[in-house]
Write a protein that binds this ligand. Sequence first.
Ligand SMILES: [Zn+2]
Length: 155
Amino acid sequence: MAKEEHRIVKGQVTVPYELALGRTWSAFYDFLKEERIMGKKCGNCSRVLVPPRSFCPRCFVDMDEWVEVSQEGVLETWVYVNMPFFAQEIRIPFISAQIRLDGSDSGFIHQVAGIDLQDFDRVREIVKLGSRVRAVWNPEKRGNILDIAYFEPAD
Ligand SMILES: [Zn+2]
């Protein structure tokens, strides 16, 4: 059998979509416009989740109580992203991090910035697990997660 030549068809697919935020996320974003980070507290297990959930995924009960948490927290884990990937809108390099805000019981995913991100060795000296970070607000609020511009080292 003769070796078959592989032919390629190139194209591009776009997927427009709309996502209904619902009451909980809409309220969360409205609070961000006021520079307040709010979570929801479970009336059963008392955990505070940020971002908020409409129900506790552990107890399966509605979470009705809003609780304001600190704008500072602890870096639980982080990753340095220096390669572009499909649909990524953030310029590289950047740090994606999980932050446990004081007063919450869940990880909050956002960016750590406000430092020179070009030199990875220098980044590793500054950004460490367990270190403190604080929210830096975007002066222009749009009612989305980027109303918090990023978290900066607070140690
Ligand atoms: Zn619960």
